[in-house]
Design a protein around this ligand. Structure first.
Ligand code: SF4
Length: 431
């Protein structure tokens, strides 16, 4: 099945940072996650902020929204001339020179994971992953973090970073090194999420089973303590075997997500991506399915070197591997010269998933977009035309139309808010 959802995920790093401030006892914290607060629009958020005054405002941005977020912070500055305004997120780091030179309303660009920064802010030294508190989900209306199919789904981490070095990996820009949490802390975290009524928990680790010994210890602990919950993980399938899959099944793992990326082994090697032999990957997928574990395969369409034929082979591979869910992502170039370049916010087209960084590529941007789109349709049609229509026409097309309409309004927060409201009133989606 092709995956395209409107599920809402919490920002775990943001929530953990808020927990650090709240637990320190020195701060009163208000976390605003617009997605779960009635999908709050920028003008509504500003109205909300008018009611209170804050000493520190931290906004976590992303490429898709950075142009709007900068305008939003400018408006927040007008509301709170004395506030200490900070911006976090990878897009802010990439734009740090531009922001320092052009956005005087921002006091600081946070250049490290926000939770880590929060611990430093309250005076902690020599911080490691085990110093991070268990995120306090009660700081927000966590009941809105739902998976459309399975209900309440909360997230956690057992590790951070990745020992691999794939050159296309955006995580490498966020986290250096690889650290694991103590098994006791992870178990405690799981129990808290179960208490909150979570039907499913999702580990947001970049590579869940990178440390085999620790992974086994954690899974065995879950089994021993008879914790019953559906677990979703993301890992490298190559790190698993039948024994580990059996243990995962017993511990409640219901879905394993992993990157297949491309059918071209030479291309993957050039990107320092170490993948398993296709036959073995297929064996492991089939074994997971025989145990009742779902699988989700990620593919990248449009590597700079990719030709139409190479892309076709990747599609054929997805067809052959036949994971429960498939995601075709357009290639995103994430090699930035952050210290040597002054990128402008236009680097990130509003509400899109790619950036406009220029690089040599066999297929141009329209061709890459077309391929990812057409593969989605084709894959969904394997099972039914109805699915194909539902996922590709209703979700993807309506979303694209909405983005085209909203993109020119990204920095006009009033008109942007009005336009989205109008779309919602007419039963249309907003991105
Ligand atoms: S294995 Fe995954 S998380 Fe690790 S570097 Fe490669 S793409 Fe990134």
């Amino acid at each position: 099945m092709l995956l395209n959802t409107n599920d809402i995920y919490p920002d775990l790093t943001f929530l953990t940072a808020a927990t650090v401030f709240a637990e320190s006892g020195d701060y009163q914290v208000r976390v605003i996650d617009a997605m779960i607060e009635g999908r709050m629009l920028p003008d509504e958020l500003l109205k909300e902020l008018e009611k209170e005054s804050f000493d520190i405002v931290i906004l976590k941005t992303a490429g898709q929204t950075v142009q709007s977020d900068l305008k939003l912070l400018e408006a927040v500055r007008a509301l709170m001339p004395e506030a200490d305004i900070r911006i976090a997120g990878l897009a802010a780091i990439i734009l740090k020179k531009w922001i320092s030179n052009n956005a005087p309303y921002i006091n600081e660009i946070i250049e490290e994971p926000l939770d880590h920064y929060a611990l430093k802010y309250i005076g902690k030294k020599n911080i490691g992953i085990n110093d991070l508190p268990i995120p306090d989900y009660t700081l927000v209306d966590y009941t809105k973090y739902t998976d459309e199919a399975k209900g309440l789904r909360l997230t956690l981490i057992a590790s951070r970073g990745c020992p691999m070095s794939c050159l296309y990996c955006p995580y490498k820009l966020c986290y250096s090194g690889y650290e694991t949490k103590s098994t006791e802390q992870v178990i405690e975290n799981i129990k808290r999420l179960v208490e909150l009524g979570s039907k499913e928990i999702q580990f947001r680790d970049q590579y869940f089973s990178a440390d085999r010994k620790k992974t086994k210890e954690l899974l065995e602990s879950i089994i021993e303590q008879e914790i019953k919950i559906r677990i979703v993980i993301e890992t490298r399938l190559e790190s698993l075997d039948e024994e580990m899959l059996g243990l995962m099944k017993k511990a409640g793992v219901g879905m394993i997500c992993f990157g297949v990326e491309s059918a071209d082994a030479v291309l993957l090697e050039d990107y320092h991506s170490i993948k398993g032999e296709i036959r073995r990957v297929k064996e492991l997928i089939d074994h997971a399915h025989s145990l009742g574990i779902d699988t989700m395969g990620f593919y990248i369409i449009g590597f700079p070197e990719e030709t139409w034929e190479m892309a076709q082979s990747t599609y054929d591979l997805a067809d052959y591997l036949d994971t429960t869910y498939v995601v075709f992502n357009e290639y995103e170039h994430c090699r930035f010269d952050i210290d040597d370049n002054e990128y402008t916010p236009e680097l990130f087209p509003p509400f899109g998933n790619t950036n406009s960084i220029e690089y040599q590529s066999v297929l141009d941007i329209d061709e890459r977009e077309y391929l990812a789109y057409i593969f989605g349709i084709r894959y969904a049609m394997r099972t039914s035309y109805e699915d194909s229509y539902r996922y590709n026409y209703k979700l993807v097309n309506e979303n694209r139309k909405a983005i085209e309409k909203l993109r020119p309004l990204a920095t006009d927060l009033k008109r942007l808010s009005e336009c989205v409201r109008e779309m919602r009133k007419n039963g249309r989606m907003d991105p």
